[in-house]
Design a protein around this ligand. Structure first.
Ligand SMILES: Cc1cc2nc3c(=O)[nH]c(=O)nc-3n(C[C@H](O)[C@H](O)[C@H](O)COP(=O)(O)OP(=O)(O)OC[C@H]3O[C@@H](n4cnc5c(N)ncnc54)[C@H](O)[C@@H]3O)c2cc1C
Length: 349
């Protein structure tokens, strides 16, 4: 295919000259990760759904395919990407979503992007096309490599094609709201998380906990009766705004931190407003990047990590430094996939 030949020429020329390449779709996540450098390798020339088997619950598409096109195709068959990837812009691509590895509100209950990736086709730093995993759930050969590529931010190679598992949409969905403090919300989320309730998303912010219930009508109705609360109208718009960070909490220029911690962690007091998702496991914080040391220490003390997600001074390090042993594994993987170190240098450690 012409696009693959074009990519190969660009990759080989970059490797020969040891010149960095910046893999980019529509750039909807350009602000995420470390600083950008290198000549742009534009994935938008490589588009299209290669295979979609609604009965097998899987879809394979080329990296430049708009994420919106994938979701619209699935919606026609009442199916979805259960990890609800954030688009962060109308031009988000499928390759970019997998490479960025970001998951949306359903993550705590359904799984992350990585959990749904079945296989991938990658162009490595020598311009060779490698295939990992398969297109169906039964094929597990090379499964772990395609998962490793998820969230690698294009630092290991150019994802050409990805196969993911899809899921049917729920028959019924209701969102309940409760007025409660942060401490009370964390207690409830952990208590409810241990019960057979059809919870598919949660969000606490400014004294209000929103809880989405998805599943069979009877299960959702029974949960509404047992939990109480107030039904939120136009809930789809609420969860989409949350996923896309258009919720009022995300407005303004204050640096945005993402703390990933065990869901049982009690309230973390860090002097800035917080929004809590994923049953308590994801905590968004607006706080100056000068406070990075305190924020990172608090995340580590809770058994997690902190990322300077958006804005702020990136020189403090966007991602929490890796443990030396893990950093060595990263370096060896990088050398194996991209010996000339041309792909997205600096975007991720
Ligand atoms: C026919 C067509 C026309 C379009 N026209 C326009 C237009 O006119 N204007 C416009 O703005 N957009 C346009 N787009 C959309 C645009 O190309 C994509 O939306 C864009 O690529 C989105 O990428 P992203 O934002 O998801 O990820 P990005 O922000 O581009 O990438 C996120 C991260 O993933 C990495 N990454 C991305 N793709 C890969 C990959 N394949 N392998 C490895 N790493 C990767 C990146 O390097 C980055 O680290 C068009 C798309 C199509 C299909």
């Amino acid at each position: 295919m012409a696009a693959i030949e074009q990519f190969r020429d660009q990759v080989r020329a970059a490797a020969a000259g040891k010149r960095p390449l910046r893999i980019r779709g529509g750039g909807s996540k350009d602000w995420y990760g470390g600083l950008l450098q290198g000549a742009i390798l534009d994935t938008r020339v490589h588009t299209g759904i290669v295979d979609y088997e609604p009965t097998e619950l899987d879809i394979t598409a080329r990296c430049g395919t708009p994420l919106a096109e994938i979701e619209a195709t699935l919606a026609e068959r009442n199916q979805m990407l259960a990890f609800e990837p954030p688009h962060f812009g109308e031009h988000a691509t499928f390759g970019g979503a997998v490479a960025a590895g970001l998951s949306g509100p359903r993550r705590a209950n359904s799984g992350a992007v990585r959990d749904f990736v079945l296989g991938a086709q990658l162009m490595d730093g020598k311009g060779e096309v490698l295939k990992f995993g398969g297109q169906v759930m039964k094929n597990v050969a090379g499964y772990d490599v395609s998962r490793l590529l998820t969230g690698s931010l294009g630092t290991l190679g150019l994802l050409l094609e990805v196969s993911v598992k899809v899921l049917p949409r729920a028959f019924a969905e209701t969102t309940l709201q409760f007025q409660m403090s942060e401490i009370e919300a964390l207690r409830c989320l952990n208590e409810w998380g241990g019960q057979p309730l059809p919870i598919s998303a949660s969000c606490w912010c400014e004294g209000v906990l929103a809880l989405r219930l998805s599943g069979a009508r009877a299960a959702v109705d029974a949960a509404v009766v047992s939990l109480g609360g107030t039904v939120l109208n136009d809930a789809d718009a609420f969860w989409t705004a949350l996923r896309e960070q258009q919720h009022a909490f995300f407005k303004g220029d204050a640096p945005l931190w993402r703390l990933s911690v065990p869901s049982t962690t009690s309230a973390i007091v860090l002097g800035g407003p917080q929004l809590i998702e994923w049953g308590g496991a994801q905590r968004w914080l607006r706080a100056d990047s000068a406070a990075f040391d305190v924020i990172r220490r608090a995340a580590v003390a809770a058994g997690g990590h902190a990322t300077l997600f958006r804005g702020g001074d990136k020189s403090v390090g966007v991602f929490q430094p890796l443990a030396p042993a893990v950093a060595r594994i990263h370096a060896r993987l990088k050398d194996a996939f991209d010996p000339a170190h041309i792909f997205n240098p600096g975007r991720m450690p």
